[in-house]
Design a protein. Sequence first.
Length: 402
Amino acid sequence: MMSALRNPLVLVTVLLAGGVLLITMGIRQSVGLFVGPINTSTGLGITSISLALAIGQFVWGAVQPIAGAAADHWGARPVLLVGLLMMALGCLLTPWMDATPGLTLTLGVLSAAGAGACSFSVLIGASAQRLSPQERGAASGWINAGGSLGQFVLAPLTQKLIQTLGWMGAMWASAAVTLLAIPLALGLAPARAATAPAAGSEGGMRQAIRQACADRSYGLLHLGFFTCGFHIAFLVTHLPTEIGLCGLSPSVASWSLAFIGIANIVGSVVVGNSINRYRSKHLLALMYGSRAVLVLWYLAMPKTEWVFYVFAVGLGLTWLATVPPTAAIVGKLFGVRYLATLFGLTLLSHQVGGFLGAYLGGLTLAASGDYQWMWWADVVLAALAALFNLPIREEPVASAQA
């Protein structure tokens, strides 16, 4: 599969971008492991902690188009460096926060904004400008797999650090690990526009954004990705608590998150390499539909350790594998000149769903004592997302208008 990336410079770029995502996404996707310990230590309550993390979900998405636009203008390297420093600072300050506003500032704003500046829109956008259309799908799959590998490695490690150092020590360790991504960010070559101008780019970035927002397929893509954000944020925030409600140990939660990560390496690479063979909208519809079926299976099963592990593997096969085909559709519609910006706006819709998934999960638990209503909402939204993707058009906007 790596043979699709024959240029050594391109290969190095993809590996460096995947390494940055390994660290930032691995830390971000392990944050649910801190919910219980922070609640026990501070007494803030699940609703307040969920609100802080939900704001973090939204901030992570809101930063994506801003960071993407900055990377399109100044290059990816300075954006990544600023983001890594912000993320490390947020993790560093969190242990001193014992009130909701402080926790919101550190985990909900600083850490989330930093992670957003070092995420898909900037990394995939920077790489896509150096790739041929045939290479982009495979490259985005491998970059995406870096984030999944980070979840596999860092989720069990974070749980072990929480058990040995306490949640404060584990959070400080996360700050130190974040700084390890700085050499990788420095290794990324400055971005340069090596591709032909995108459709609609004659009027610059503003014209490209206006054209995208008026496009029906772009809107449908946003609706589906909204559901993806709801699904992932709900699970990454509340799956450890759900496992605790079932009477299982915290290690089951950490290994479940790890299995999601390792399975998504497979899912991301397979989907990334399938983009040149199948329509991206069909891949997305299949993945969203499979989530609805998987959650229904989970609801029908006894809540044992191995059920959670099988559930985690099933989730992982599509967890972040939606990113490569979503980015591919944006690139097909509008070109790659402003891909970081336009895909960043798509990620913003993803994280509006993420805000609701994280916060409503906390409200549901506080009101009813379990997550039953959230699971059913997840099933309905996943089925709708599958339907929303089917009418999407994948030909360039300029060609369709002609």
